[in-house]
Design a protein around this ligand. Structure first.
Ligand code: 5GP
Ligand code: MN
Length: 349
């Protein structure tokens, strides 16, 4: 009970906390996995937890479904990550033998792509730590809190609730900071609380260099990426009557500017910077896998989670969500415009 009161920020009941303590009471084989197309929060939370568990002599392994952008590859421990897509056999063996699997920054096994069957067949106990809406119930311990800025902030809480805040070293602090920074849009989004800033203050006290981390994440443009951004902005369509703006990018645009993973990160946000725009999207064609990836962002109470979940097989948060379409770009946009009409009342000021 005292421990729960020590960290009122971790919304975990005392039974769950007791169970986690028991599960971690002796060295175990542990797999840590974030969602497919991992972002800063996914990689940051996975590596922060990995460093922490290793301190406690667990045999931990981060396995990510597929590769991730270069601007995240400076994080301490990143070279120890196994990429399922590239090392399938080795990954499957480790998953099969695991005692415990932490799933981070997602809450539905549909979000890990080709790793799903291996997780469904695993004998390990699952622990979910996540801040997305509508968690599925596959885990023995579910630490889910949609009010949190990031899974990284939850990892901080998790370590704190286990009584180990003083074991957060500079490496763990760097990883947690990276995830909070990226998932809050540099402390801009409404989920950024006073507590988020207090956590970051503590991370700074652990010795991290914020400006160098920001540089490693954000100052990594290439001429190709800037030109691709130019194309994206050129393709921006503004639908004033729906307070909506969207961008389309075709595979041939991506090819023309030698697309590298992560190059389109943040493009969707430009639409929202327009005065009067409350709903912004980007549709990106993935020619190899034959679908359109959709990123959705909103301002205020218009829920892109609901929009993506209901119409585009996706989900996420109220103001940031993702989804997909198996139609062509033209058909996808047509479908989107039809659906948008249903939301006109919600979107008009
Ligand atoms: P992004 O647009 O940056 O890929 O994702 C925005 C948010 O929505 C992130 O929190 C991400 O985890 C979530 N998200 C992205 N794609 C999907 C999806 O296909 N399904 C669900 N449930 N969430 C998604
Ligand atoms: Mn996140």
């Amino acid at each position: 009970m005292t421990i729960v009161l020590n960290c009122i920020f971790a919304r975990m009941n005392s039974e769950e906390l007791q169970l986690v303590k028991e599960l971690l009471s002796e060295p175990k084989s542990i797999v840590i996995t974030p969602h497919k197309n991992p972002d800063g929060d996914a990689i940051g939370s996975s590596l922060a937890l990995w460093h922490y568990l290793r301190q406690h002599n667990h045999n931990a392994q981060v396995i990510v479904p597929n590769d991730f952008p270069k601007f995240l590859k400076w994080m301490p421990g990143v070279d120890q990550i196994l990429i399922f897509d590239k090392k399938k056999e080795a990954s499957l063996k480790i998953i099969e033998k695991a005692d415990l699997i932490f799933t981070l920054d997602f809450n539905d096994l549909g979000r890990i792509g080709a790793m799903k069957p291996a997780f469904e067949n695993a004998t390990a106990d699952f622990v979910m730590i996540d801040h997305h809406q509508e968690p599925h119930s596959y885990a023995r311990v579910t630490y889910s809190d949609v009010s949190m800025s990031s899974t990284c902030e939850m990892i901080y809480n998790f370590i704190e609730i286990l009584g180990d805040r003083n074991r957060i070293d500079e490496k763990i602090a760097q990883c947690i900071y990276a995830g909070i920074l990226t998932d809050t849009g540099s402390f801009k989004y409404p989920s950024t609380s006073s507590r988020t800033h207090r956590v970051v203050a503590d991370l700074i006290d652990k010795g991290i260099n914020c400006s160098s981390i920001q540089q490693m994440i954000f100052d990594t443009n290439t001429p190709d990426r800037l030109h691709l951004l130019g194309r994206a902005l050129n393709n921006l369509v503004i639908l004033k009557q729906y307070s909506t703006a969207y961008i389309t990018l075709l595979q041939k645009d991506m090819d023309e500017f030698n697309f590298k993973k992560g190059d389109t990160e943040g493009f969707v946000n430009y639409g929202l910077t327009l005065e009067g725009i409350r709903f912004a999207l980007i549709f990106i064609e993935n020619g190899d896998e034959g679908y359109i990836k959709i990123s959705l962002r909103s301002q205020g109470d218009f829920s892109v989670n609901e929009f993506a979940r209901s119409h585009f097989n996706g989900g996420g948060h109220t103001n940031a969500a993702g989804g997909r379409s198996d139609l062509s770009m033209e058909e996808t946009v047509e479908k989107f415009l039809q659906i948008l009409e249903e939301y006109k009342e919600q979107l008009t000021p």
